[in-house]
Design a protein around this ligand. Structure first.
Ligand code: NOJ
Length: 576
């Protein structure tokens, strides 16, 4: 195969540690649980694991509020257990990347506790402190927090405000202070020295703010914008696009400053002190690729999923635009979801079990055949869907709690309606425990234990690992089969992307051609419940079927009138 880096060939799988596997029976996922599932992950056929934060944390934002960058959250286990997990993954041929939260710490981090002690504390300048706006007691400017309310919190001890892009429990670090850099680069090296394979970089665009901190001219209400953007809102694509633009404007001076690129180059140099590690930005901004090899290796193609209608036209347009934007040498990176979004089967499903069974296979095929590194999210391999909480007391995502409060204050909705609206926006919807069996607590925790978030009851209806492992036709079996197929098909990993059938309403077709591997694959995905007959003679006279949910593998198919079953996935070999 063409010489590629491991992270260009790998399929990544995101583990949300709190929800993956509970090894000690306390209702919370942990390293003992993750270690016990390493064989499962190897058998699934993924190549790399991304762990959401596993560091000590008060869990106000489920670990994205770090209280110690070089430790392990005691609820998850010990550093020794972490090392066993890492070694176990490596022994099975899987890489491990961690989540590096650079923009902010927890307010319980010792650095912040020191910083807030006095205006002259040596750690004062490690965070972003400002006096009240001149002539007032109010915040320094009108900036909002992305998680609601003002981005400024008055600290009574010293009478100054500190800045927080996210919750007030997540004060922003002051990256203009060289001591901050040093401390975080030390922490970065700590895990690299232990052997981790790289980092996913949290909220990387939010590191710097405009130094003069001007007021924003847009003052729209964030909770309304958030509600419009929810996949449940019923808003039109046009209204969504407007809401996204308002969201951008609301935070204009608070992110994506040019100086962040110098910082990323510096971080890249730290990473490059080590052999073959990777940096993945939680951003869709292609400028984070730098020149193509001097900033981040991968940045997510989030625009692909900023829609409720993942149609062939949407995907084609996205690919043309995205691949066109990448600098030379940059490698694409696609995902259909993560711990912040609706589960893809909910967002892009049709609320019909038969159609969704077909769609789930089409969406995996999309991830594994588009050009770029795919990221899967734990649970999607068994078809997990959003679960909407009905009791506010069960909410663990504080974004949902905040929204419930805002909706209660702003509307005349009933308590049940308020909880429903908040649940559709709360990220708890996609964070429920992994469903391992059809038994009590879905086999995540022992019977009778209260799990940290309720288990989705559809575990009892076949949406669980054990049932699907025993069924050769299950979604899980399909994931395993297709992951193996991709691994052994160089054109799907290294090949160029060439769109076919540019105007087809229901079918996505493209060719992945790798001259170096002397291989070309025609990929055809029927994203519809209707059978199709396609005129693909322009690609070649015939294709040899390599992988399909409708055709016989190994048979030769005429392309002038290729017939596809509803939701069929077809990959055929054509002359290179
Ligand atoms: C992005 C993470 O994915 C999200 O879960 C978190 O709340 C924010 N960054 C803040 O760290």
């Amino acid at each position: 195969m063409t010489e590629l880096k491991w992270w260009q060939k790998a399929v990544f799988y995101q583990i949300y540690p709190r929800s993956f596997a509970d090894g000690n029976g306390d209702g919370i996922g942990d390293f003992a649980g993750m270690i016990a599932k390493l064989d499962y992950l190897q058998d699934l056929g993924v190549d790399a694991l991304w762990l959401s934060p596993h560091f000590p944390s008060p869990q106000f934002d489920v670990g994205y509020d770090v209280a110690d960058y070089v430790g392990v959250e005691p609820e998850y286990g010990t550093l020794d257990e972490f090392k066993r997990f890492l070694d176990g993954a490596h022994a099975r041929g899987m890489r491990v990347v961690l989540d590096l939260v650079l923009n902010h710490t927890s307010d319980q981090h010792s650095w912040f506790k020191e910083s807030r002690r006095s205006r002259t504390d040596p750690k004062r300048d490690w965070y972003v402190w400002r006096p009240a706006a001149s002539g007032t007691d109010g915040p320094p400017n009108n900036w909002q927090s992305a998680f609601g309310g003002s981005a400024w919190e008055l600290d009574p001890t010293t009478g100054e405000y500190y800045y927080h892009f996210f919750f007030k429990e997540q004060p922003d670090l002051n990256w203009r202070n060289p001591e901050v850099k040093q401390a975080l680069w030390d922490a970065t090296r700590f895990w690299l020295d232990l052997g981790v394979d790289g980092y996913r970089l949290d909220a990387i665009g939010t590191i710097y703010e405009a130094p003069e901190m001007p007021n924003h001219s847009v003052t729209e209400d964030l909770s309304a914008v958030r509600r419009t953007l929810s996949p449940y809102s019923g808003a039109s694509e046009a209204d969504r696009a407007t809401a996204r633009q308002i969201y951008e404007n609301l935070f204009e001076h608070q992110h994506d400053r040019p100086e962040v690129h110098d910082l990323m180059k510096e971080l890249r140099r730290v990473i490059d002190e080590y052999n073959d590690r990777v940096l993945i930005g939680e951003t869709d901004d292609v400028t984070f690729y730098g020149t193509g090899d001097d900033e981040l290796h991968l940045n997510f193609n989030f625009p692909l999923i900023n829609t409720n209608h993942l149609t062939p036209a949407w995907i084609r347009d996205n690919q043309t635009e995205r691949l066109g934007l990448l600098p030379d040498g940059a490698w694409p990176c696609n995902t259909l979801g993560n711990h912040d979004r609706s589960r893809f089967l909910t967002q892009f499903g049709r609320n019909d079990p038969i159609q969704d069974a077909g769609l789930a296979r089409v969406w995996l095929a999309l991830m594994l055949t588009l050009k770029g590194t795919p990221f899967l999210y734990n649970g999607e391999e068994i078809g997990m869907t959003d679960w909407l909480l009905t009791d506010l007391a069960d909410f663990r995502d504080n974004v949902g709690v905040w929204l419930a409060g805002r909706v209660a204050a702003e509307t005349a909705l009933s308590p049940a309606e308020i909880v429903h609206l908040a649940a559709t926006n709360s990220r708890d919807r996609c964070r429920t425990p992994m469903q391992w069996t059809a038994g009590p607590n879905a086999g995540f925790s022992p019977e009778g234990v209260r799990t940290w978030l309720p288990v989705n009851p559809n575990a009892g209806d076949g949406v669980n690992v054990a049932t699907q492992q025993a069924d050769g036709h299950s979604l899980l079996s399909f994931y395993k089969r297709m992951l193996r197929f991709r691994r052994s098909t160089p054109a799907l990993i290294a090949g160029d992307y060439e769109a076919m059938l540019p105007d087809h309403a229901d079918v996505l077709a493209f060719v992945r051609r790798s001259a170096a591997d002397a291989q070309a694959c025609l990929v055809v995905l029927n994203i519809s419940e209707k059978p199709q007959t396609l005129a693909l003679g322009a690609v070649a006279e015939a294709a040899t079927c390599l992988f399909s949910t409708g055709h016989v593998e190994g048979a030769v198919d005429t392309l002038a009138d290729l017939a596809l079953a509803p939701f069929e996935v077809y990959v055929g070999s054509v002359p290179a």
